[in-house]
Design a protein around this ligand. Structure first.
Ligand code: MN9
Length: 308
């Protein structure tokens, strides 16, 4: 059973990575450790099997397993959202029902992609999936799946159960507009980590993204500072975060986060191919690059860099 009201899903929410072992199998033990680590850091929720979680590289059964394991490990401590998106409505509904039975608090989905589905087809996709459970739906708007525009989001919001949007687009003007024209209760989660401060300043209710797996402390500080309208602190932290993000996104940043977590003693395993991994030599190079970055910019207070 869901435990949290969707209105209480706020703050800093990592789009949780999924650890795989050396043979690319889902690694339950590592998953449980990562979850406990993030909760000990004070994150406000977790978003499962999305882009960062390599959801589309897993079979439906594997995705269900990840949901089960995380629900069990979290045990009601923070709200959980499960990304149940797939190209086929039937597959998504099956995943949604399982996530609801497992006890997550909200579901989320990218629009169906690959084929160019018409606006009505995409609307019906959201309607069918949302109606298949009692859980609130957070639409996931991301360029990787083809961005949906403001008018489409507004139309989805008419579906009973669509409660908000994870907005990984860069027009924060639209975030403000959603609050104005769809309603202030329509939840918006800013999805571009590089623009967390901007998203929050334009009215986003929370942050869901990749780098909150690796350096939640920076974004928890940004979120707090923005709540207090302390722009100076938010800007300082965002600047540091962006130096790291810009470096990491030149390579497979999900793989980088997994390795960098291990530098803090939280072994987050490996990625699934076709994503590549870092062998021992490449990992040393990576470490060195981060050491140089840290020194060059005089970065302090980022735990994974301090662990180097
Ligand atoms: O929506 C993430 N997007 C992708 C969330 O995974 C494609 C973001 O958190 C980005 O990874 C992040 C780095 O560009 O902003």
């Amino acid at each position: 059973m869901a435990k949290f009201d969707v209105k209480d899903i706020k703050g800093v929410i990592p789009a949780l990575i999924t650890p795989f072992d050396e043979k690319e199998n889902f690694d339950e033990k590592r998953m449980r450790n990562v979850v406990d680590h993030l909760l000990s850091k004070g994150v406000d929720g977790l978003y499962l099997t999305g882009s960062t979680g390599e959801g589309f590289l897993m079979t439906p059964d594997e995705r269900k397993k990840v949901v089960d394991v995380v629900v069990d490990q979290v045990n009601g401590r923070v709200p959980l959202l499960a990304h149940i998106g797939a190209i086929g409505t039937k597959i998504s509904i099956d995943l949604a029902k399982q996530a609801a039975d497992a006890g997550v608090d909200a579901i989320s989905s990218v629009p169906p992609f690959y084929w160019k589905f018409g606006a009505d087809d995409v609307f019906n996709y959201y309607k069918d999936i949302t109606e298949s459970t009692n859980l609130p739906m957070i639409v996931y708007n991301i360029a990787l799946a083809g961005l949906v525009g403001f008018d489409q989001v507004k139309r989805f919001a008419e579906i009973d159960g669509v409660a908000g949007v994870k907005y990984t687009a860069t027009s924060h003007f639209e975030v403000m507009r959603m609050k104005e024209e769809i309603g202030k209760d329509f939840l918006v989660y800013s999805g571009c980590d590089e623009m967390a401060m901007s998203g929050l300043s334009f009215g986003a209710d929370g942050l869901i993204g990749s780098f909150y797996n690796l350096m939640p402390e920076l974004f928890i500080a940004i979120n707090k500072a923005m709540n207090e309208r302390d722009l100076k602190t938010a800007e300082e932290k965002q600047r540091i975060a962006n130096i790291i993000i810009m470096h990491a996104t030149q390579k497979n940043y999900v793989g980088i986060m997994k390795r960098a977590l291990s530098w803090m003693g939280v072994d987050a395993g490996y990625c699934r191919s076709p994503f590549s991994n870092f062998d021992a030599k490449e990992e040393e190079i990576l470490k060195n690059e981060f050491r140089i970055l840290k020194d060059k910019h005089g970065i302090t207070g980022v735990d994974f860099l301090d662990a180097l």
